[in-house]
Design a protein around this ligand. Structure first.
Ligand SMILES: Nc1ncnc2c1ncn2[C@@H]1O[C@H](COP(=O)(O)OP(=O)(O)OP(=O)(O)O)[C@@H](O)[C@H]1O
Ligand SMILES: [Mg+2]
Length: 294
């Protein structure tokens, strides 16, 4: 199957041509399958935001290429018009939600903000209405908030409205940069559940950047670890999180509960190493004590 997004030998420099030139991502090869949820983790400055900004053509590769649904998004150089067309198409296929997206709300009402993308796509009014309501429902924006000014919403509600504004474009790939940043633990959990539901309901590809290894473990099928502009690991949460010492050397901490279970396993206890949440831990301790009784 054609990958949803593929990058080949992708390199991006900032301050190119100056003595401060840095490769923010360096020779990245990555293939994101249709329907999968990929988590991207990495220490501050490892290149996460730079990488995902290439997925919808917001940044242009200095080297390498980006393919969306098999099409090179910067390919058609024959005519500028044609290449703009390709870029435009891929922008609609890949919906990118920046970190702290609520700062980009600007319309008079939440409704208008969520409708901005579909309107820009020149869809008929009826279809715009349908999309706004569907996206609001999926992102958990309450109906009574749709006619309010976005500035009258709480922080969490603003975040949801901003995410709904990307969902309403009905992208094939939803890319979220630190969607739960700055929320309290309950807010984080709700947001992660919302993303899981969205994925279940739409079957879309989801790419999510997060500092929280716990959030990523609970939502991602695969995890990509970026370290100093390069991919250091790529695999299932289990494959990646059991390399806890390497992760620590990259400034990443596996969830506390995972570390305890890895330690218990190393000491010879028959416990799984892929315990990422306290609920998982409770379940496996129960199993162990039942086995002990038998
Ligand atoms: N506009 C810019 N100009 C110059 N350097 C930049 C720019 N944006 C990012 N960088 C540098 O590129 C590298 C990668 O930055 P990037 O923002 O992609 O990292 P990140 O993994 O998203 O970090 P964070 O976790 O803090 O969001 C860093 O060294 C950063 O300082
Ligand atoms: Mg970033």
């Amino acid at each position: 199957m054609t990958p949803a997004v593929e990058v080949r030998n992708l390199t991006h420099y900032y301050l190119k041509g100056t003595e401060n030139q840095v490769a923010a991502i360096n020779n990245i090869n990555l293939s994101v399958e249709k329907g999968e949820t990929l988590g991207i983790i990495g220490h501050t400055g490892s290149g996460k935001s730079t990488l995902i900004a290439h997925f919808n053509g917001l940044l242009k590769p200095d080297e390498g290429e980006v393919l969306v649904d098999g099409k090179n998004i910067f390919e058609s150089k024959e005519t500028l018009r044609q290449s703009r067309f390709t870029l435009r198409q891929s922008r609609f296929k890949v919906g990118l939600c920046f970190q702290y997206p609520e700062y980009q709300l600007f319309e008079e009402t939440v409704y208008k903000d969520i409708a901005f993308g579909p309107k820009n796509m020149k869809l008929p009014q009826e279809e715009i209405d349908r999309r706004v309501l569907t996206a609001a429902g999926m992102a958990g924006v309450r109906k009574e908030n749709l006619e309010k000014s976005p500035f009258d919403l709480s922080g969490g509600e603003k975040r949801r409205a901003a995410i709904a504004g990307v969902m309403s474009m009905e992208p094939q790939v939803l890319v979220l940069d630190e969607p739960a940043a700055g929320l309290d633990p309950a807010g984080r959990r709700e947001l992660i559940n919302m993303i899981k539901n969205y994925r279940r309901a739409t079957g879309c590809t989801v790419i999510i950047v997060s500092h929280s290894m716990e959030d990523i473990a609970s939502v991602a099928d695969r995890v990509c670890v970026l370290n100093k502009a390069e991919i250091a690991m790529l695999g299932t949460p289990k494959e990646v999180y059991t390399r806890d010492e390497e992760l620590r050397s990259m400034g990443l901490n596996v969830p506390e509960i995972t570390r305890i279970f890895i330690m218990l396993k190393k000491r010879g206890l028959d416990v799984p190493a892929d315990v990422f949440t306290v609920d998982d831990a409770v379940a496996s301790i129960r199993k162990l004590s039942e086995r002990g009784k038998a």
